[in-house]
Write a protein that binds this ligand. Structure first.
Ligand code: HCA
Ligand code: CU
Length: 443
């Protein structure tokens, strides 16, 4: 490992370090294809970075400033946002994702990042079709560049990844990593096209750890086969300390692991030591924040979501009434999926209120009305006494002031929808439709 004479030197990495890449990998999501609809503006990025820092993330990956002048300007704004939080949360490292190219590197350094996440395609396909360098040339160019960065900027945190590492035969990966491993703080093994299986990861990380016993490993898995989260969990078991995630798992094609899905899985499998320093109850609000930027709800494949606390099947509902644990195995309230967070979370907006009123309480309303109700609710909710639950206030406003009625008679199947938000609701309750009137007529 390199001599650590920089700011990172004083930092003791936790057993699990999330390297969040929502603003780099996430911004490459296919969702961003429709730029007019979805895009992270500077203010969005600041909000996301602040939320990540407050959540407990210490490493945030950003685009290289060479990608676009806008990225360079945004980087300055994000550094400022980060600096404002240092006294509250300690230091957060901002890392630029850069090609092994001297111009990209110097632009990132000039922009004042704390570290560089360098990458160079090592698989035969990227050698042939992407950059055209052979293995020896990759090794030489990366090594020369990294040596010069080390010499001139010893404080920088350096990582090197062989892009498409899981389609690069091990002996070929060795030819590149052998000369680079002693120079960097972390080695990355990205599964760029989502081919890896848990078994392949276990074997490969074991072999790599044997060859480079002093290296720290960073893992990055794409979800093409639906394995991204299980692969990340496996990599952690196999010794990777640094894991790339994004909020909601957004990224190229099917994306990479969702941060909250990963932490949730670690929690339910009792790996609490790995969760040190992460504010798990902020998980749901963080998901809502990013979903909101994408003009969507937290998606239904995300474990830390509102939809994961609803039960529609009649037979499920009956059992849940007797004991919610029958169909709810997981403590989602620990991850912030509670009525209070849903409605009062600092990031809750009109669309979650729209969903809450329509899908949870079956009130017929359009988006415009949801916006209006949200404005009234937000203004009034600050003044309510602690006995008055926010959901009751919201329903009173919706029914008494906006005259909302239950939407078109729900089909019999949907009368049985049942939600379980709070630990208090662990006691038996009547079905949702019967409960509804008491929710807004108090006492
Ligand atoms: C990319 C590809 C990448 C890089 C990951 C890494 C991948 O978009 O440049 O630098 O470790 O999946 O290989 O995201
Ligand atoms: Cu990727």
């Amino acid at each position: 490992m390199a001599e650590r004479t920089h700011g990172f030197a004083g930092y003791e990495p936790r057993p699990l370090e999330i390297i969040d890449t929502t603003l780099r990998e996430g911004a490459q999501s296919s969702l961003m294809h429709d730029h007019a609809k979805y895009a992270f503006g500077t203010d969005d990025k600041i909000e996301i970075v602040r939320a990540l820092i407050l959540y407990g993330v210490k490493f945030i990956e950003l685009f290289s400033p060479s990608v676009h002048p806008k990225e360079r300007d945004d980087l300055a704004a994000l550094r400022e946002a980060r600096d404002e939080l240092i006294t509250q949360t300690g230091y957060t490292f901002l890392l630029a994702h850069v090609r092994c190219h001297p111009d990209d590197v110097s632009e990132a350094i000039d922009a004042g990042v704390d570290g560089l996440n360098l990458f160079f395609g090592t698989s035969l396909l990227s050698r042939r079709h992407s950059h055209g360098s052979d293995l020896d040339e990759i090794a030489r160019r990366a090594r020369d560049l990294i040596e010069s960065i080390r010499r001139d900027h010893p404080h920088l945190i350096l990582r090197f990844s062989g892009e498409d590492a899981f389609r690069t035969p091990l002996n070929e990966l060795y030819r590149v990593y052998d000369s680079i491993a002693p120079l960097v703080d972390r080695l990355g093994v990205p599964d760029t096209v989502g081919v890896a299986t848990p078994e392949a990861i276990r074997v490969r990380l074991l072999q790599l750890a044997r060859r480079y016993p002093n290296a720290s490993w960073e893992a990055h898995f794409h979800d093409d086969r639906g394995f991204a989260t299980i692969n990340a969990l496996t990599a952690i078991d196999a010794g990777a300390r640094y894991i790339n995630t994004t909020v909601l798992g957004i990224g190229e094609r099917t994306g990479i692991p969702s941060m909250t899905a990963l932490l949730f899985n670690l929690y339910v499998s009792g790996r609490h030591r790995l969760l040190d320093g992460y504010r798990l109850t902020e998980s749901y609000p963080l998901n809502v924040l990013v979903a909101d930027k994408l003009h969507m709800l937290v998606n239904d494949k995300e474990p830390v979501s509102l939809t994961n606390r609803t039960h529609t099947a009649g037979i499920h509902q009956k059992a849940v009434l007797n004991d919610p644990a029958t169909y709810e195995a997981h403590p989602l309230d620990r991850f912030g999926v509670t009525e209070a967070e849903i409605l009062l979370g600092p990031l809750s907006g009109w669309n979650v209120i729209h969903y809450f009123l329509r899908e949870i309480h079956y009130l017929g309303l359009d988006e415009e009305t949801a916006r209006e109700i949200t404005a009234v609710f937000k203004e009034r909710v600050l003044a309510i006494d602690s006995v008055d639950r926010p959901a009751e206030l919201l329903l009173r406003i919706a029914v008494e002031e906006f005259d909302l009625k239950p939407s078109t008679p729900p089909s019999p199947r949907y009368t049985d929808v049942y939600q379980n938000f709070d630990p208090a609701s662990l006691r038996p309750q009547r079905p949702a439709r019967e409960r509804m009137p008491s929710a807004f007529s108090r006492g």
